[in-house]
Design a protein around this ligand. Structure first.
Ligand SMILES: *Cc1c(COP(=O)(O)O)cnc(C)c1O
Length: 335
């Protein structure tokens, strides 16, 4: 596997730190918890989309694009990082925002990521929830073309075989860090949504024969659908990398027990996990992804799912800008 074969512009702050979580480890009575700080990727308050955008923006520039078009929920972290990358490279950015979460809360609708999207100069277009958002980008691309522009369409979450290369690179980086530190990683746990993160990790780990299992904690889709989406993308990424045999279906594991009522809807366990990381480690999670993933991690630790002497690495995928969209949720919890 030779990642430099693929066009990449480097703007992420890498490698991100791999650190112990001593206080949470003690509090939960094991396993040994570690964190990979992909909330510190350096672009616009960080997050996992930054790694994907290194490959996506390079592809866009190689194709002569002058406009990035993407989509997500109103509080999309992906949109915010795309808007910042576009600003950095002098590209126009159009983001379609789906009203996926039924709320009239002005913080949700205008604060957090939305405030930052606007600050980066992105053009925001709002759509009702429930439509085919990737299809909705086509007429927008056509409109850009008619006006003489060159659009580059990025799917939701930057999750295609180009963007997922960012998480192949992350797999290489984290195994190298662990090897340097003499740290045996027994599990990787992270939030899984549009699937590019898990698919890239799985393809990268498979290419290295690292033998580290990955557990995605779902934030939206049910288990079967999530695993099928991740597997399909992981196989496409493996093919692109020339990894023979692809990624085994059995290696794709998602636990979707921590979604609660739905995407972006807070759960008590998410609020507790966000508070635990904040109060015991001084680390900010987010309400939609890393908070629910951490809720799963904490619950599985309490249930004895991991061996006490195992090393469990939580991949922090970012998103803390979204906390400001959920002010009322956390105010209620702290009062
Ligand atoms: C997008 C996102 C995820 C999910 O990553 P996917 O590659 O879409 O599965 C996790 N955490 C945060 C904070 C995100 O913004």
């Amino acid at each position: 596997m030779h990642l430099a074969r693929f066009p990449r512009v480097k703007f992420a702050h890498l490698p991100t730190p791999l650190e112990p979580l001593p206080n949470l480890t003690r509090l939960l009575g094991g396993p040994r918890l570690w964190i990979k700080r992909d909330d510190c990727t350096g672009l616009a308050t960080g997050g996992n989309k930054t790694r994907k955008l290194e490959f996506l923006v390079a592809d866009a520039l190689a194709k002569g694009a002058d406009t990035l078009i993407t989509q997500g929920a109103v509080q999309t972290n992906h949109g915010r990082q795309t808007a910042a990358a576009a600003a950095r490279f002098g590209l126009r950015c159009i983001i379609l925002l789906e009203h996926r979460v039924a709320t009239e809360d002005p913080d949700y609708l205008r604060n957090g990521n939305v405030l930052l999207d606007r600050l980066f100069g992105a053009e925001l277009r709002e759509l009702a929830g429930g439509g085919d958002m990737n299809a909705a980008m086509e007429p927008v691309a056509e409109e850009v073309r008619r006006a003489g522009g060159k659009p580059y369409v990025i799917p939701g979450g930057g999750s295609n075989e180009v963007g997922a290369l960012g998480y192949v690179a992350c797999a290489l980086e984290l195994v190298h860090q662990a090897d340097e530190a003499g740290l045996r990683i027994d599990h990787i746990v992270h939030a899984t949504g549009s699937a590019g993160t898990q698919a890239g990790l799985l393809a990268g780990l498979r290419a290295m024969h690292a033998g580290i299992p990955v557990l995605g904690i779902g934030v939206r889709a049910p288990k079967e659908r999530q695993e099928a989406t991740v597997h399909a993308l992981a196989c496409r990424v493996a093919e692109r990398l020339g990894v023979k045999g692809g990624v085994d279906r059995a290696a794709v594991v998602a636990n979707c027990d921590y979604v609660g009522e739905g995407y972006g809807i807070p759960t008590p366990a998410m609020v507790e996990a966000v508070q635990l990381f904040a109060r015991h480690e001084g680390i900010l999670l987010d309400p939609v992804y890393s908070g629910k993933a951490a809720a799963g991690l904490v619950d599985l630790c309490r249930k004895g799912f991991f061996g006490k002497d195992e090393n469990v690495l939580f991949l922090h995928t970012g998103g803390a800008a979204g906390l400001f969209a959920y002010r009322s949720t956390f105010e209620r919890a702290s009062s």
